[in-house]
Write a protein that binds this ligand. Structure first.
Ligand code: NAI
Length: 301
């Protein structure tokens, strides 16, 4: 999506961190921006900034796990600014700790926001974007953890692998509608994610991984040298304009990716050792050809 000025963006988690950076950069590019967040204090602080800038930004209090509220937020956005052409599913939460000690509440909270929230964004906005018929772009925020989990990031990594997989699949599906899809995979960003536990709902509060002051301080120490969210968002803006799949502006991970891909390649046998390969390749080609969608004109809304 080359021309952004005047178009409408909807950004989840827009009151803080990565998403607030996106809101600042897209508003500066002349977009009308809706920021949607579960924390009213984050929205209020962000709106104070945008008012000063005279930017066209509207705030909506939203829990991304609430499907009805997401649909209402989409309606409100259309009433205030018009149909959305840029969707940033950015809201996310983290929780560190071993999976062996995890509770179902841990899983349900992290998966509910990080995966469920993105699913709800897609379910709500994609049919509307297709109906509008003018193309657009979707940016889903995953993480470097969607490629390489670190010790203690099991639940978080699971959620981020899902977001990356979903984004790659969605990109193929939405291409005929001229809707691009990018997946943002940051390393450290200097944000408030160490405070994620403040948004944890009461009905999912059973945990063995209590996040206290000390743990928050430890997490903030890793975040502080991270990228500035506005600098990261400028990379996102470039990716939207150029329709790039991956946004990973972290040169320090080059070796990690080489190692990761070498490990995958090492798992593949030599073709000459497998005479049945040709049959499988042919079958797959046939299958792919038969699956070409006559693109679904009706979105079922
Ligand atoms: P942040 O905590 O500064 O911002 C996240 C915003 O999402 C907050 O304003 C929070 O209130 C909101 N939020 C949380 N739960 C919500 C819900 N249920 N509904 C609506 N809003 C909700 O954190 P940050 O770092 O900006 O996180 C944004 C995304 O970036 C997340 O998906 C995170 O996983 C991802 N990320 C962050 C990294 C970092 O180092 N900070 C690294 C890699 C990925």
């Amino acid at each position: 999506m080359k021309d952004l000025a005047g178009k409408v963006a909807f950004i989840t988690g827009g009151g803080s961190g990565v998403a607030l950076g996106q809101a600042k950069v897209f508003a500066k590019a002349g977009m009308k921006v809706v920021i949607a967040d579960i924390r009213q204090d984050h929205l209020d602080q962000a709106m104070a900034y945008f008012k000063e800038q005279n930017a066209q930004v509207h705030a909506i209090h939203l829990d991304v796990t609430d499907r009805k509220a997401m649909a209402e937020a989409a309606d409100e956005t259309e009433r205030v600014f018009g149909p959305v052409q840029l969707l940033c599913n950015t809201a996310g939460v983290n929780l560190l700790g071993p999976m062996a000690k995890a509770t179902y509440d841990d899983w349900d909270w992290i998966m509910g926001v990080n995966v469920g929230g993105v699913i709800n964004g897609i379910q709500t906005f994609v049919p509307r974007m297709i109906d509008y018929g003018k193309g657009g772009h979707i940016v889903n925020t995953a993480s470097m953890s969607s490629f390489r989990p670190l010790l203690g990031t099991g639940i978080y990594s699971t959620s981020k692998f899902a977001v990356r997989g979903m984004s790659e699949a969605l990109r193929i599906e939405l291409e005929p509608y001229n809707i691009g899809v990018s997946v943002l995979c940051p390393g450290a960003v200097n944000t408030n994610i160490h405070e994620a536990v403040f948004t944890r709902p009461k009905h999912l509060s059973n945990t063995n991984n209590h996040v206290g002051e000390e743990e928050m301080k430890r997490q903030k120490a890793v975040l502080e040298p991270g990228l500035d969210p506005v600098v990261l968002a400028e990379k996102v803006l470039e990716a939207v304009k150029d329709n790039k799949l991956y946004i990973i502006p972290y040169p320090e991970f080059r070796e990690t990716f080489i190692e990761l891909h070498n490990r995958v390649l090492e798992a593949l046998p030599d073709p000459k050792d497998d005479p049945d390969m040709i049959k499988r390749v042919e079958a797959l080609k046939k299958h792919s050809a038969s699956r070409k969608y006559e693109h679904i004109q009706e979105t079922g809304r």
